[in-house]
Design a protein around this ligand. Structure first.
Ligand SMILES: [Zn+2]
Length: 446
């Protein structure tokens, strides 16, 4: 199946996005698309100091030439993340019936997405880098009250991806997007785990729209590293399909699990390296490799020997789990987060018995399926090396010990069941996590 066909199929399951144009020079189509969806409306081009010269100014000119009433808003900060103060800023800019035309990378798009939703409007996005999968996703990831949260809001009605611009983006941004796409490998495996445990059934539309092509779309990391237009187009397509998978699921489940949570911790603790905030994709790269290492360890285990009754007997009650969460999150910027999540995802002992029995009884086939999904740590690390993405936590200024210390928080910081929850239930959590950091392990602590 070629790219056009895949995209056409994806748009059929997309709930919000009606138009996806991708190719060299397609930004010239933006005025016509705007007129189709927003006849008679005033456009507001929203960009930042990097994306205005890269594309915003050109789009502004095209809109004016096409006779569309157009204004602009340029965020003048050198460095900014998706913080709530910018939501308030862009909300004000859209007061008075303006339609947002996002020209920028992930953060600008997320601001336009949530603010357009606040105004009950659709919007148009022109991405300037293949850096994240958020352009087409349902929901915006924003830091609010010390916590990285995904706010429910519709994806853009139209995405116009000019590959001339996207392939010329800084190399680190494209490499970051590669890692964000690669995260769907372990994220998919964790969805399979949650599916087997009966807490998050796999939605076929959301699964097939991306996962059927994921291996192919990740196959050219070297091309991504040199900004080859075809390789970058494949990457951008993969990121878009991932976003559409989230639209189809109305959740970020298809695109993120523990692989992303390490990054959320770094965001929430305002982590910097050499004075700089690290990109979403670079942080996700380390989470993704870590989860590949965890799966490597999982595959060494024989879960047909799980002593289900012993596990059920030792299974803590909700109050104990809540206390454990409060202790783990005591010094975290969101001290109640773990408590809230465990309260939502706690399963009682009979359910845990059912879950573990299923895992034990299907382990040989289930393991084979998981192995068909997830890449080994070694394979993923080689791909990241080739793509120019980080392949050691030190490359984003995180020590292996710090990474290890994040695990208890990662397990508990979302209400979704993950592979660490399975390990807790099956009493093999230590055996799963410790070897990753032990001598000979993927992140051996030296
Ligand atoms: Zn992501």
């Amino acid at each position: 199946m070629d790219s056009k066909q895949r995209i056409a199929n994806a748009l059929k399951v997309a709930t919000d996005t009606k138009v996806f144009e991708m190719g060299p020079g397609v930004s010239s189509m933006a005025p016509d698309v705007f007129k189709t969806f927003f006849p008679g409306k005033t456009a507001k081009i929203i960009a930042d100091i990097n994306t205005w010269p890269a594309l915003g100014e050109k789009v502004y000119g095209l809109f004016v030439e096409a006779g569309i009433p157009t204004e602009k808003f340029i965020i003048m900060e050198k460095e900014f993340h998706a913080e709530w103060e910018y939501i308030e800023m862009v909300d004000k800019e859209l007061d008075g019936g303006y339609i947002a035309v996002s020209v920028g990378s992930g953060v600008i798009n997320d601001l336009c997405k949530l603010c357009s939703h606040h105004h009950g409007q659709q919007y148009l996005t022109l991405p300037t880098a293949a850096s994240v999968d958020g352009y087409s996703s349902f929901g915006a990831s924003i830091s609010y009250q010390n916590s990285k949260q995904t706010f429910s809001c519709p994806a853009p009605v139209a995405i116009i991806a000019d590959i001339d611009v996207i392939a010329a983006a800084p190399k680190e941004m494209t490499a970051a997007g590669y890692a964000d796409l690669a995260a769907k490998v372990p994220a998919g495996a964790e969805w399979m785990v949650a599916d087997l445990m009966g807490t998050a059934p796999i939605k076929p539309d959301a699964w097939h729209v991306l996962q059927d092509y994921l291996d192919d779309l990740l196959a050219n990391p070297t091309g991504v590293a040199v900004g080859d237009p075809d390789a970058v187009a494949d990457l951008f397509e993969g990121l878009t399909l991932s976003g559409i998978a989230m639209q189809a699921a109305q959740s970020s489940r298809p695109a993120s699990c523990c692989d992303h949570l390490f990054s959320h911790i770094l965001d929430m603790t305002h982590h910097r390296f050499n004075g700089k905030l690290q990109s979403h994709g670079f942080q996700v790269a380390i989470g993704t490799l870590t989860m590949c290492a965890v799966f490597d360890e999982l595959f060494k285990m024989d879960l047909t020997k799980l002593d289900v009754e012993a596990c059920v007997k030792a299974w803590p009650d909700l109050e104990e789990e809540q206390e454990r969460a409060l202790l783990i999150f005591k010094d975290f910027p969101a001290p109640k987060l773990g408590y809230e999540c465990i309260t939502k995802k706690y399963n009682d002992a009979p359910t845990v018995r059912e879950q573990l029995t299923k895992v034990r009884d299907t382990w040989p086939e289930f393991k084979k399926k998981l192995q068909g999904q997830v890449y080994s740590f070694a394979k993923m690390r080689n791909l990241f090396k080739a793509a120019g993405a980080p392949y050691d936590p030190s490359m984003i200024g995180v020590t292996r010990q710090q990474l290890k210390d994040m695990f208890p928080i990662v397990q508990l910081m979302r209400h979704r069941i993950n592979v660490l929850d399975l390990a807790k239930r099956g009493m093999f959590y230590e055996d799963l996590v410790e070897p990753v950091f032990a001598p000979g392990g993927a992140w051996e602590i030296l």
